[in-house]
Design a protein around this ligand. Structure first.
Ligand SMILES: Cc1cc2nc3c(=O)[nH]c(=O)nc-3n(C[C@H](O)[C@H](O)[C@H](O)COP(=O)(O)OP(=O)(O)OC[C@H]3O[C@@H](n4cnc5c(N)ncnc54)[C@H](O)[C@@H]3O)c2cc1C
Length: 389
């Protein structure tokens, strides 16, 4: 029976980076796919938004918000840029601070090229089914083999995008070993209309507009995109991180307009209101929002004006559902970080078992934060393992 020093479960972003950092340490990487890192390849629309200039715990959501601090402090945006520079991989920074590669393939090829092949065994097309520990040895069962290792790094990601390798295996393995799972839900995703909303907004499919979205105490002012099924776009994605199901959101379609002032200027304007509002927004949006308003502005009462302000600047949307896991970039929730060391990412329930990347209850905003956490958590974990070997 061969016992590996380290088994890395999952050849995604965090698993491959761990393998790089482990250098010549003896290890096996176990992966269900024929090829590694399918999500990484699809990331950033094929350009891999791998990190962000603006980095900090405030860009992450978790039941345990301080958890990320230590890993982010030990692995900064510049640390990843240094690796790219050293290997002549080009990248660009957008005005928002997001870093993109020229192609996701460049990042994947770099990760693969940095793995020390002599000390590494690859086990592709091995779907992990269970993980158990007897005495000091882990037994990893797949649909084809049983592997043994002294240390295990679980880098199995989360259940989004099944076709790119998304599973809930990490949650199952962790639960079996006594870990709590913070209820997972799809995040960085759009909102689905209910029947009435679908009818109300049907003429807007395809429209993109900058809007201010608010849900409870969270606000984002970015683009929203109307689709046939609901609304999507960066502002909706960001808000979805905090869980939108059965919550009310407010949409301000005119975040940079002084609405009261605009009404005052037009109080004697006898044109159709939709034509007046068409000066400051797309006409079909104004027409949709004014569907059940048949007065001119000079005829409008105080109450009517208040109604208009609510329609344009604080439209209430009751969210029934968001998109499901197969159309969501990430999964919020996951393995409870209260049972994980924030310095080493070792389980506090099971010695020599480490959890890194998206399987943990740490979810970044849109903008390269999830991949950065994959790198930073791998770095913290491997630093600890190398000290221990
Ligand atoms: C379409 C899309 C675009 C995205 N774009 C970005 C972006 O631009 N920037 C950003 O920061 N984030 C982005 N993300 C999120 C980001 O890709 C993930 O957060 C990141 O890949 C997580 O890394 P990970 O190593 O934890 O998991 P993953 O990269 O998902 O790796 C997990 C690996 O485990 C394997 N696996 C799962 N279950 C099993 C099993 N039972 N047995 C064996 N192997 C298994 C999977 O096949 C996979 O290879 C995007 C996600 C999607 C879906």
């Amino acid at each position: 029976m061969k016992i590996f020093d380290i088994a890395i479960l999952g050849a995604g972003a965090s698993g491959l980076f761990s393998a790089d950092l482990l250098g010549k340490a003896q290890k096996i990487i176990i992966e269900s796919g024929v090829k590694p890192a399918r999500k990484l390849l699809a990331s950033g629309g094929g350009l891999c938004n791998f990190s962000n200039q603006n980095m900090g715990s405030e860009y992450y959501f978790s039941q345990n918000p301080h958890f990320v601090k230590s890993a982010l402090a030990a692995f900064k945006t510049q640390d990843f840029l240094d690796i790219l520079d050293k290997n002549n991989i080009s990248y660009t920074m957008r005005p928002s601070g997001q870093y993109f590669a020229k192609s996701s393939k460049d990042i994947l090829n770099l990760l693969l090229s940095q793995i020390d092949k002599k000390s590494t065994t690859f086990a592709f097309e091995n779907k992990i089914i269970s993980l158990a520990k007897t005495a000091d040895i882990f037994e990893i069962k797949t649909d084809k083999n049983i592997f043994y290792a002294k240390k295990v790094i679980c880098a199995l990601g989360a259940p989004t995008y099944k076709k790119l390798g998304g599973t809930n295996t990490a949650f199952k393995l962790a639960k079996n070993l006594g870990h709590n799972i913070v209820s997972p839900y799809p995040a960085l995703c759009g909102i689905l209309w209910d029947k009435t909303q679908k009818e109300f907004f049907k003429d807007l499919a395809g429209l993109t507009i900058k809007a201010k979205l608010t849900c409870q105490n969270k606000t984002f002012t970015e683009d929203i995109l109307f689709t046939h099924e609901g609304i999507s776009g960066p502002a909706v994605f960001q808000l979805s991180l905090y869980g939108l199901q059965n919550k009310e959101i407010l949409i301000n379609f005119l975040p940079s307009v002084d609405f009261k002032d605009f009404l005052l200027k037009n109080k004697n304007n006898i044109k159709l209101p939709a034509n007046i509002f068409a000066e400051i927004m797309p006409k079909h949006l104004a027409q949709t929002l004014l569907k059940d308003f048949n007065k001119t502005l000079p005829d409008a009462s105080k109450q009517d004006l208040k109604y208009l302000e609510e329609r344009f600047c604080a439209l209430k949307i009751q969210v029934q559902n968001t998109y499901d896991y197969d159309k969501s970039e990430v999964c919020a929730g996951g393995i409870d970080t209260k049972e994980i060391s924030s310095k080493t990412f070792e389980s506090l329930k099971c010695k020599d078992l480490y959890f890194i990347g998206e399987c943990l209850d740490i979810t970044g905003q849109l903008g390269g934060y999830n991949l950065h956490f994959a790198w930073a958590s791998a770095k913290a974990c491997i630093n600890a393992i190398l000290k221990d070997l």
